[in-house]
Design a binder for this molecule. Structure first.
Ligand code: 13P
Ligand code: SF4
Length: 340
């Protein structure tokens, strides 16, 4: 057994017999998702991250869109945005690394402020979060006095702080209806808003935000998929345009899509969402054939084993929240969790 020190640089990590031995159990667990040929590229980082997690008393929260190596090999908790926000509150470790995008790290810090929350790349943003500012929300409130503001969690703390309640793709309809009013502002995703509007009597006003990954899917793509793969089950994320959701068999959050595959075991499935999710669940759902029809989120892809390793080693990049915004933003997220 070799004795390892924390001075070794991330770029120096190499695959050795000792690394192979220490990571054998992890490899066995993920073997269907990662091949033996690929393992030597991943294993040195996985080995070092596991060691650093112990040293730092850290855990890794990972969104369902993270790549196979992160999702299966180093994360402690995986899930959709709702599950990550809920589970963040119960974390007892000192340090939480968010393998996801910046708004997810901010939500983690909001809901568990005593912990050190790190994001391996602070540039991991989100086109929805970038589409709206706190000032925009203040202007909406002036324009629509008395109309409650339901804000998607894919937003900055500043925007959450101006909102009445948050929602995720898993609970948007439920949250809108929980308010018991005839009209709400559901911001900033115009497609999520349109998809909720199609399912509720509540009048929905929205904003012009879009997810740059999901807005690219078209109804024609789904029609073509169905022609090429007769009988295929099509699952679409609610950030897709409404015509795509209408053409699909089921629409739900990333976790709801995974649960659909696990429970219903469709013979062939097309996940109309970010690519990595199919890779993450394909290996453990051998009865289902996955048709690849997806786009990559450039922000989610910024997180990798190397920067997770650096993040734990150098305790970078720490997420902090303006104390004046923390309380109102936390209240909006907490209201959502209470209503869920
Ligand atoms: P979920 O909450 O469904 O995981 O979605 C988050 C997201 O960013 C989808 O693009
Ligand atoms: Fe944001 Fe879309 Fe990426 Fe999700 S997939 S993080 S909504 S840009």
């Amino acid at each position: 057994m070799t004795v390892r020190t924390a001075t070794i640089e991330t770029t120096d990590l190499v695959y050795t017999a000792e690394v192979a031995e220490r990571t054998a159990a992890v490899f066995e667990k993920v073997a269907p998702a990662i091949s033996a040929e690929e393992w030597p590229d991943f294993a040195p980082y996985i080995d070092e991250i596991i060691r650093l997690k112990q040293e730092r008393n850290a855990i890794i929260l990972a969104h369902n869109y993270q790549t196979r190596d992160i999702y299966h090999c180093v994360s402690d908790i995986v899930g959709d945005s709702l599950a990550l926000a809920q589970k963040a509150m119960d974390v007892e470790a000192d340090v939480i690394v968010m393998a996801g995008v910046h708004f997810m790290a901010e939500t983690t810090k909001l809901m568990n402020p005593g912990k050190t929350v790190l994001i391996p790349d602070p540039k991991a943003g989100c086109s929805l979060a970038d589409s709206i500012t706190g000032e925009d929300v203040r202007n909406l409130r002036k324009k629509y006095p008395g109309v409650p503001i339901v804000t998607y969690v894919n937003t900055s703390v500043e925007v959450k702080a101006e909102s009445d309640i948050c929602c995720t793709s898993a609970n948007a309809k439920k949250i809108v209806e929980s308010l018991g009013v005839d009209r709400v502002l559901l911001i900033p995703d115009r497609f999520l808003a349109a998809n909720v509007a199609a399912e509720t009597e509540v009048e929905i006003l929205t904003w012009e935000g879009e997810c740059e990954v999901h807005e690219r899917f078209t109804a024609q793509q789904v029609t073509q998929l169905r022609k090429a793969h007769p009988g295929v089950t099509v699952l679409a994320h609610p950030e897709c345009p409404p015509e795509v959701v209408r053409e699909s068999d089921f629409s739900g959050s990333t976790a709801a899509m995974i649960n659909f595959v696990v429970d219903k075991k469709p013979a062939e499935v097309a996940l109309i969402t970010e690519c990595s999710m199919g890779d993450n669940i394909a290996a453990h759902n051998p009865d289902t054939k996955f048709i690849r029809s997806c786009n990559l989120c450039p922000h989610m892809q910024r997180i990798n084993l190397m920067n997770i390793c650096d993040s734990l080693r150098h305790m970078t990049h720490e997420v902090t929240i303006d104390p004046e915004l923390a309380e109102p933003a936390r209240r909006a997220v907490q209201r959502m969790l209470d209503a869920s």
